[in-house]
Design a protein around this ligand. Structure first.
Ligand SMILES: [Zn+2]
Length: 395
């Protein structure tokens, strides 16, 4: 494997952290750089995988997970949530435009696909917008959608041929697919007008609602990002990050760096902590799915105890305990729910969890003295709770 795209550390399978190693037919390995936490997936047959991905996306299929449902499964991006995603991206862009002192800014949407978001921008923002989409079947669709579209990859759109620069360059879920993300970001920096801003969005390993294998780590994603890894990569490409929006999708806002490309690694959680957080999130999601499917059976509880005690990452153990508490609360077994919440608090003193524990303890005490028929039904917040473990754990 090539050296780390962000910090330049040479690959070494002894010191790089193996995040996941598929034993299936694909032979897919994902490693984290021990210096900056940028992840790299090494997989053969990349071109055929990319072709399959493009065909699938063109048919309207996408497996982008926007959130996690009550049973621990990713909520996939159906047409409605894709629309919601585009609305959120428009709000991101509007925030960025506050930094641009220009009446009609010029915006470039790199990897515009079939042009849906680009069309939304043209319809809602006072600007001149154009798209860039090298995949011909998407490019044709974007042109049919009325988007002024360039058919080259950014890297092959030579600056000398076309000296045009942009006030805002925006791209969504593109960088993780590229073999050379640093060269791509250098081209982004070169295309920024003075004072211009780049808005880069990628999937965030640290706030995933998916398990690693088969869900988050897809073979057509060559790069795996944490906030620290992406910010370091931007610096290495001559961009200076000055704002980050965290979530399932990580968005980093950059200007062209005044000091050029630097090797400075951005501060953040170390790579071992990132890996521990990702592995314990896998355990949490798998357990949540099992509990939602099979309920709090004796067999599942034995498994839950084993998973909980086998998890070496305290923040991950705290979240696993919350999942078991939620399963008990759903079946009205309040004493057990309280017991698991106390276990969670032993690993992480979370005021939100402490408050929930007090609420459930209070209801449990009242139930002990009241008859079941006189007790009004109380809906706890816990059943609705969506856990964002990494936000609290390491971000
Ligand atoms: Zn690195």
């Amino acid at each position: 494997m090539s050296p780390c795209s962000a910090c330049g550390l040479p690959f070494d399978c002894e010191s790089w952290i193996t995040l996941a190693k598929s034993t299936g037919a694909l032979d897919q390995h994902t490693y984290l750089c021990p210096r900056c936490s940028l992840g790299r997936t090494d997989v053969g047959a990349r071109e055929s995988l990319l072709e399959e991905y493009r065909t699938r996306m063109h048919r309207g299929h996408t497996s982008a997970a926007l959130e996690e449902d009550h049973a621990g499964f990713p909520v996939t991006a159906d047409a409605r949530s894709q629309y919601g995603n585009r609305q959120r991206r428009l709000r991101d862009l509007e925030k960025v435009l506050h930094f641009i002192d220009k009446q009609t800014p010029e915006i470039l949407h790199v990897g515009c696909g079939q042009g849906e978001f680009t069309r939304d921008v043209a319809a809602t923002v006072s600007c001149k917008v154009m798209g860039l989409e090298p995949v011909s079947l998407w490019n044709r669709q974007a042109t049919d959608n009325g988007i002024n579209t360039i058919a080259h990859p950014l890297e092959q759109w030579r600056l000398g041929d076309s000296p045009r620069c942009f006030d805002v360059i925006v791209e969504h879920h593109l960088l993780e697919h590229l073999h050379d993300p640093r060269t791509h970001l250098r081209c982004v920096a070169a295309r920024l007008a003075p004072g211009g801003i780049a808005l880069i969005e990628v999937p965030n390993l640290l706030e995933s609602h998916q398990t690693l294998e088969g869900e988050f780590l897809r073979p057509f994603h060559e790069n795996v990002f944490t906030p620290r890894g992406l910010a370091t990569l931007c610096r290495k490409a001559g961009l200076e990050p000055f704002h980050a929006l965290l979530g399932t999708d990580l968005r980093i806002v950059c200007r062209r760096s005044e000091v050029g490309e630097t090797r400075q690694v951005f501060p953040g959680p170390d790579s071992q902590s990132v890996a521990q957080a990702a592995w314990s999130n896998d355990l949490r999601i798998s357990l949540k799915r099992g509990l939602a499917t099979k309920g709090t059976t004796t067999q599942m509880l034995t498994l839950a105890k084993r998973v909980h005690s086998g998890c070496s990452w305290p923040a991950g153990r705290a979240d696993i305990a919350i999942e078991v508490a939620v399963a008990f609360e759903k079946t009205e077994q309040l004493s057990e729910a309280c017991s698991w919440l106390r276990r969670s608090l032993r690993d992480r003193n979370d005021p939100e969890v402490r408050l929930l524990l007090r609420k459930i303890e209070s209801v449990h005490r009242r139930r002990k003295v009241a008859t079941a028929t006189s007790m009004p039904a109380i809906a706890f917040e816990m059943g609705q709770r969506v856990i964002h473990p990494f936000h609290r754990a390491v971000n």
